[in-house]
Design a protein around this ligand. Sequence first.
Ligand SMILES: Cc1cc2nc3c(=O)[nH]c(=O)nc-3n(C[C@H](O)[C@H](O)[C@H](O)COP(=O)(O)OP(=O)(O)OC[C@H]3O[C@@H](n4cnc5c(N)ncnc54)[C@H](O)[C@@H]3O)c2cc1C
Length: 493
Amino acid sequence: MAASETTDTTAVPGSGRHRVVVIGSGFGGLFGTKALRRSDVDVTMVAKTTHHLFQPLLYQVATGILSEGEIAPPTREVLAGQKNAQVLLGEVTAIDLEARTVTSQVLGRELVTPYDSLIVAAGAGQSYFGNDHFAEFAPGMKSIDDALELRGRIFGAFEMAEIGAKRGDNVDHLLTFVVVGAGPTGVEMAGQIAELAHRTLTRDFRAISSKQARVILVDAAPQVLPPFGQKLGGWAHKELEEMGVEVKVGAMVTGVDERGLTVKYKDGTEENIAAVTKVWAAGVQASPLGKTLSEQTGAPLDRAGRIAVNPDLTLPGHPEVFVVGDMIALDNLPGVAQVAIQGAKYAAKEIDGRLKGKAPQAPFKYFDKGSMAIVSRFRAVAMVGKLRLTGFIAWLMWLAVHLFYITGFKNRVTAVLHWFVSFIGKGRSERTSTEQQIFARVALQRLQRGATDLVSNPGEYDAEAERRRRAELEAQAAEEARLSDANERGVKV
Ligand SMILES: Cc1cc2nc3c(=O)[nH]c(=O)nc-3n(C[C@H](O)[C@H](O)[C@H](O)COP(=O)(O)OP(=O)(O)OC[C@H]3O[C@@H](n4cnc5c(N)ncnc54)[C@H](O)[C@@H]3O)c2cc1C
């Protein structure tokens, strides 16, 4: 049983100020919290990681361009100067809209945090479209853990191929990389693995040529990058093929195991692809917290688990609860960072305005600043309003926008250095990976309660046990010192 206690959420105890709880430290959570910095409120951010994750650059961590710290700064550090905000580590497991409390857990420790206003920004996870067992062999691309595991798997596959080739084995399955999902993440991932094989690793191996690698991008949809339209999608398709990526559209993945995967084409034919390394970049499923909120309010969920919210981003019957970002179904808004950022800022402004007695804002309106996806170094696609750009100019835009949004000056500087190494040179600064990064996810999943199974229950503080242990340690140290002083150490008595 988890030890449960109610926290004092006030950043300045005894202030008696309006308590805002923010769930999540992603784009919605962080920007919402920051937007409240000048408000007369106490903000508590509850998130299941200690960092703010810049998801659009995860693929660069997975392929050794950037370090994880550059795209995932500690939330506590980012908010250190914001005196009305505090950060709590914990996975929110329950929201009680009647009692106005949020329950969170970390390693068996449970906290119940009361709120006056709530901003829910818990984002979305990977969806395997009902085939969750695929996850064991095809990691997704949603977290730092995912990216580091994939980094280990990708570079590790080349290592295993080198050993296999030295033994005279067939290593084709080790040098075949399949990326599932031809959206921006899948395209970026496939492009980067191809660059690794054809540029970065060409001098590193003796028994294999990294250029032998096959990179395959599969998607059930009929085109690459559907949200970018036919023209940009077609351009990206051609670019990928020129880089040596095999693009298979209209190809639905029907089976995945450790040796490879099976795809089924529209005409009913099936193909087995032998590939040890698979990356799942298809499909998202909103946080399960949406279901909790739906059950308590009757607000419907769509197929991706996103909750229908009022035009002011609140829940029906609960004007004090805002839901933002990837969790919401409103006006067909896309699951992109700007929707979360703008929604969170809107919610923060509304909370602040209410406290100041201002009239409610007009309904939330998303301002589309454009979308872009990188295909390879110096090549990208960009869509800004009616403007459609491809190639180097789009790539420069991508560079500028990403540099602007990376959190922290230090991270911007080091990211530029790492990009210099990878884009101008051939190198990758961040190729290190460990055995734990590759295997820990699957090992933890095999435990019943994940990492919680590896730690002891916090239990009650036992002062008597501590006193006994201290006395034992003191006696042991005294005996060791006496033996040394008396020159009796090692003397057989
Ligand atoms: C690989 C990848 C590439 C992308 N590329 C782009 C891009 O180029 N451009 C773009 O605009 N968008 C991109 N996106 C989408 C964009 O990242 C999301 O739309 C955006 O992050 C949504 O923000 P959010 O705040 O709703 O959720 P997130 O940023 O996902 O944040 C959710 C937060 O909630 C926390 N959380 C989740 N569940 C719980 C819980 N139960 N308890 C406590 N905390 C919880 C998470 O740890 C996280 O901190 C990309 C996404 C991915 C995965």
